[in-house]
Design a protein around this ligand. Structure first.
Ligand code: URP
Ligand code: ZN
Ligand code: ZN
Length: 463
């Protein structure tokens, strides 16, 4: 039989199995997995390489205006960073402005992404303004394939929703099959702490973390879980950072409530100590929720093992330290930590940082695939098209060379950010090749496919 391409002799790893096999690709889809007669087909020998489904990062912010700045990465550079890092699908966030129709926000983000992405992409909708009269717009979004909505319990005056709005949004997802994704931090209390710190002359980056305590995240998590329970719908927590917030998630799951959560590599590998780097260096790590004290990460690793956490995404939200190309950078907050644009790059390093955890024995290879691809695909309506290596799925495949090592550096990354939070860190493995719908996009350091191959994905509602 002749196929467009056959990847031979790979060590295939899925969320459930690991086995040696060939993978046949036809018209951008996986046609067969097993022992394949490839005599009449183009072949790639993957002996000694691990084949996994393309990474799915369900939390990126490309071309996002925020806190007086705009992210360093737009869809071109952000998606290049993604594909070189082994991620073939991102779910980014369209942002509703106050008083604006959700459709208008979606159109704006379609325009930002269309024809510029190297990876397939979908959108969540950030909802900031939801009177009863607008709730039906959520139904229309779900029909357009935007089947999840992010709400904020933080950032008063910018993104924050009150409990009534959150409850209204949650209730609507009972009708339309959407999923509410929650940024859980008590924004009101945090604001009081921030103002007090500034009034006392505490202006350095570390005060960002010291004014956003774990309990502010745990309280909001508990409250959101109660609101979801009252509405009788599932809820998903984005960028969960605090062990105390995870305890709330675990307890709710033990009670039988459908509560899901992601964490991000920064909360597994970095810590509060990074804010105490000399000078203004700590600003590189200013993000919300903040990095937590050393020891907290062990609670998150345990949560990943126990499936209290189901997803590792990145919250890729890159700002340069210095202004450039007309874009202000983190230096906006040199004299006031509360003005440092919140966020850091991560989409390019997620897969290998987690693969390193496999080599260190923290995760099995199957769990690695589940956390970085299969589970996000299932939770966000992309499965079985994405997130699995089986016939009929898109041929989004990453080949990892397990014998190599990779040293992370801004000098060679593809993000437009002028720093990398993991600068100098060496991790196990290297991305050998990345395929998006059958096209080899990346081979080692080279982009071999079309940098604009990425297409919009309509996601299914919860079933
Ligand atoms: O600091 C962060 N996380 N910036 C991006 C916005 C968000 O809350 O996800
Ligand atoms: Zn957030
Ligand atoms: Zn985010």
């Amino acid at each position: 039989m002749s196929y467009d391409l056959v990847i031979k002799n790979a060590e295939v790893v899925t969320a459930s199995d690991s086995f040696k096999a060939d993978i046949a690709i036809e018209k951008g889809k996986i046609a067969a997995v097993g022992k394949i007669d490839a005599r009449d087909s183009k072949t790639i020998d993957a002996k000694g390489l691990i084949a996994i489904p393309g990474g799915i990062d369900v939390h990126t912010h490309f071309d996002m205006p925020f806190m007086g700045a705009t992210t360093a990465d737009d869809f071109r550079t952000g998606s290049a960073a993604a594909i070189f890092g082994g991620t073939t699908t991102v779910v980014d966030f369209a942002i509703q402005k106050r008083g604006e129709a959700l459709k208008k926000a979606l159109d704006t983000w379609h325009e930002k992404a269309h024809g510029k992405s190297a990876v397939d992409y979908a959108f969540h909708m950030i909802v900031v303004d939801l009177p009863e009269s607008r709730t039906k717009e959520m139904d229309a979004m779900v029909k357009e394939g935007v089947s999840s909505f992010k709400l904020f319990m933080a950032y008063p005056g910018i993104f924050m929703s009150d409990d009534a709005t959150i409850y209204r949004a949650l209730t609507r997802t009972k009708e339309n099959g959407g999923m509410i994704c929650m940024h859980a931090e008590n924004g009101g209390v945090i604001d009081v702490m921030v103002q007090k710190a500034l009034a006392e002359g505490k202006i350095e980056p570390k005060y960002h973390a010291l004014t956003r305590p774990m309990s502010a995240e745990a309280e909001a998590t508990r409250r959101a879980i109660a609101l979801a329970d009252m509405a009788g719908v599932p809820i998903y927590f984005v960028h969960l950072s605090a062990g105390d917030a995870l305890d709330e998630v675990r307890r709710a799951r033990e009670r039988g409530q459908q509560v899901f959560a992601e964490t991000c590599p920064q909360y597994l590998y970095l810590s509060y100590e990074d804010y105490e780097r000399p000078g203004f260096e700590g600003a590189k790590f200013v993000m919300s929720p903040p990095l937590r004290p050393k020891g907290n990460e062990e609670r998150l690793w345990k949560g990943l093992l126990r499936n209290d956490l189901q997803v590792v995404s990145t919250d890729h939200c890159s700002f340069c330290m210095k202004a450039g190309e007309g874009k202000p950078g983190k230096e906006l907050g040199k004299k006031d930590f509360s003005k440092i644009p919140n966020g850091a790059p991560g989409v390019e390093t997620r897969m290998l940082l987690l693969w390193d955890a496999v080599q260190n024995g923290r995760l099995t290879a199957n769990r690695f695939v589940e956390l970085t691809s299969t589970s996000p695909a299932k939770l966000f309506g992309l499965y079985p098209r994405k997130g699995h290596l089986s016939p009929g799925a898109d041929a989004d495949i990453v080949l990892i060379d397990p014998k190599k090592k990779t040293t992370i550096s801004a000098k060679k990354h593809h993000s437009a950010a002028d720093y990398n939070p993991y600068e100098g860190k060496t991790v196990a493995g290297a991305i050998h090749s990345v395929f998006l719908r059958g096209e080899r996009m990346v081979q080692g350091d080279a982009m071999t496919g079309s940098a604009t191959r990425g297409a919009f994905l309509r996601r299914a509602p919860r079933s």
